[in-house]
Design a protein around this ligand. Structure first.
Ligand code: GDP
Ligand code: MG
Length: 436
């Protein structure tokens, strides 16, 4: 998908504004890429429409290039399709009843035990209830997994009555002081009447606090039909995506969650008991875009924006209007990005303040506190700072000695001069070069 997106976004190069014409081709490719990632075609269509609406006419902010802007719009849109934020399961009731449903092989039994393990870490006392009345082996499977990690399990070997199993599990739970009951139900290979009747029966009888639908993320489009069928019979509170350790893109996740309008709550990404994660839409958005580095791209957008600010500062320097306000803004920007090295080198002469050989080394924090102790007027008019009363006040305010404040002021007055004369390796004037 990354390659496809790269190709799709290629044509934006050089255009300062996204328009109807240059976006049409791109959106077509994006739609194709989404469908390839298992996003349902209807959803992909709506999705692309939304991205289009948001992109067209949107003046590309400062130095953001359209490609990155589009990626950001796509990314945000993906996240919002999946419900924006994580919605936790409701485990406040005592006991809390959690009903696990889904097709056979989707990962219900594995998930039930993982959830139990997860809740135990949250200081809950879960009880696993083996309610697969069709396959006796299923009980053994749950027992084996659970016993390995000391998770309590309830089962009735001979019973074929799911209501009876549930009733007795409640009694057992209160004896053992368990406060969350996880019902691992039977699944079929495909939707059929027997399974649906059974799940509906236990659903209506147990009145679960949480009904979780488990789906194998590899099943792609089929998952959508399945979840739709299930939601006709019971009210699903959340979706659990399993087997995300495989190479599925997880596109079905988006589709399902937006088709039935329910959040994905967990993802399972391995066979081990601890391979369970709370669902975060951002992570799946990254995965669907097929790029771990989408976030870094988005960050780059931010960086470029900051580069624009730097340009502004350079302009001021070249006009001799660089003041303490600018220096402060610059420092705060650097702090936000966190890559001091980069930014220090973006302002020529800056190293001289930060790390002058024979004199004091100022940290950003010190410089910041000095500037913050100045009045706005002083910041904009560094020249008036020859006044000793002002300097004393700033010294008191910032906790930096008068001597060091003098030093900083002296160095500051040199910056513009220094900066304007600094040349790059090829002897070109750095500021003129940067601004051209
Ligand atoms: P159930 O029929 O719905 O109860 O499904 P199971 O829990 O028995 O899981 C079916 C198979 O999928 C088992 O072999 C599990 O080990 C495997 N499985 C379940 N979840 C995951 C997962 O997140 N990753 C991987 N790799 N395998 C999983
Ligand atoms: Mg099972």
């Amino acid at each position: 998908l990354q390659k496809k997106l790269d190709k799709a976004l290629h044509i934006f190069k050089g255009n300062s504004r996204i328009n109807e014409i240059n976006i049409a081709e791109t959106l077509k490719d994006i739609r194709k890429a989404l469908i390839d990632a298992d996003v349902n075609y209807k959803i992909a269509k709506i999705f692309v429409q939304k991205v289009k609406e948001k992109s067209i006419g949107k003046k590309v902010l400062s130095s953001l290039n359209p490609k990155q802007l589009i990626i950001k719009i796509i990314y945000d849109e993906l996240v919002s399709l999946m419900g924006k934020k994580n919605i936790e399961i409701n485990i406040s009731n005592n006991p809390t009843i959690i009903l696990i449903c889904g097709l056979q092989g989707s990962g219900k039994t594995s998930f039930s035990s993982k959830l139990s393990f997860f809740l135990k870490k949250k200081k809950k006392e879960p009880l696993l209830v083996a309610a697969d009345i069709h396959r006796p082996a299923a009980i053994d499977q749950l027992k084996i997994i659970a016993e390995k990690d000391n998770l309590p399990v309830f089962f009735l070997k001979k019973s074929k009555n799911i209501i009876e199993i549930f009733d007795k599990s409640l009694i057992y739970a209160s004896e053992k002081k368990c406060n969350v009951i996880i019902i691992d139900t039977a699944g079929r290979l495909a939707i059929d009447k027997i399974m649906m009747d059974e799940i509906q029966k236990i659903y209506q009888y147990s009145k679960p606090d949480e009904t979780l639908f488990v789906v194998d993320s590899m099943t792609g489009q089929d998952a959508i039909n399945t979840v739709q069928s299930f939601s006709k019979f019971l009210n699903i509170d959340g979706i659990v995506m399993t087997k995300l350790d495989g190479d599925s893109r997880g596109g079905a996740a988006i589709t399902m969650s937006s088709i039935i309008g329910k959040p994905i709550k967990f993802i399972s990404n391995g066979e081990k008991i601890e391979n369970l994660e709370i669902f975060y839409p951002e992570r799946i958005a990254n995965r669907i875009l097929g790029m771990g580095d989408i976030v870094s791209l988005v960050e780059k957008v931010q960086e470029q924006f900051d580069e624009e600010k730097t340009k502004k500062i350079y302009k001021k320097i070249s006009k001799n209007r660089f003041d303490f306000e600018d220096l402060l803004e610059h420092i705060q920007q650097v702090k936000k990005i966190g890559s001091i090295k980069n930014i220090v080198s973006m302002i020529p002469g800056m190293e001289k303040i930060i790390d002058n050989k024979n004199k004091k080394k100022y940290s950003f924090k010190e410089i910041e506190s000095i500037i913050l102790s100045m009045t706005p007027y002083e910041r904009n008019h560094p020249k008036i700072l020859t006044d000793i009363k002002r300097k004393k006040r700033i010294s008191n305010g910032s906790g930096i000695s008068l001597k060091n404040i003098d030093l900083l002021l002296k160095q500051f007055s040199n910056i513009s001069k220094i900066m304007k004369t600094i040349k790059d390796h090829s002897g070109k004037d750095i500021i003129k070069n940067f601004l051209s």
